[in-house]
Design a protein around this ligand. Structure first.
Ligand code: ADP
Ligand code: MG
Length: 161
């Protein structure tokens, strides 16, 4: 886990740009934080770091996915804010195909917890002041758990009789 504090939008942009180093097809970044936390500001930095056109990055209005062609890859920018059924929408999007073709970044990812890729970088953003933000970055690796039925209780002779 890593924690970064930024003092203005420019520093957040630069943090995103630094994070882009080492990202490539198959990378997923999930962003969690209130309105105005700086999720989109961070995505601008990611886009710049990946060699995409920063001008294209906006808070998606009524589009669930925005696609930005980048240097060696594509950046898929998702925003679940206005989604009535975020989980369902995300499941229908074809996450595997997007990951195969590029980097996926998801704003308001906590609205679809169960539909997120098992392996991802999770960034939680806290508003710590008017112009200050705290970014807590974690690498998540969830393994699929096999749910077994409850083992049958031992039935002893007494119960059977
Ligand atoms: P979100 O996508 O999380 O709703 P945005 O990135 O669209 O947030 O907006 C963040 C807002 O907060 C912008 O108006 C920006 O100017 C302001 N801001 C102030 N300080 C910071 C900071 N340190 N990092 C990012 N944004 C900041
Ligand atoms: Mg946003």
């Amino acid at each position: 886990m890593q924690v970064f504090d930024t003092k203005n939008p420019r520093e957040t942009f630069l943090l995103g740009r630094n994070l882009a180093v080492g990202l490539g097809a198959g990378s997923c970044i999930t962003l969690v934080g209130d309105l105005g936390a700086g999720k989109t500001a961070l995505v601008r930095g990611l886009a710049d770091g990946l060699g995409a056109d920063v001008q294209m990055v906006s808070s998606p209005t009524y589009v669930l996915v925005q696609e930005y062609p980048a240097r060696d890859t594509t950046l898929f920018h998702l925003d679940l804010y206005r989604m009535v059924d975020a989980q369902g929408e995300l499941e229908e999007l074809g996450m595997e195909e997007m990951l195969a073709g590029g980097v996926v970044v998801i704003e308001w990812a906590d609205r679809a917890c169960d539909a997120l890729p098992l392996e991802r970088i999770e960034i939680v953003i806290e508003i710590t002041g008017e112009n200050t933000r705290r970014f807590t970055i974690k690498q998540i690796r969830n393994f699929v758990t096999v749910h077994r039925k409850e083992p049958r209780k031992n039935t002893n002779k007494h119960e059977l009789s």
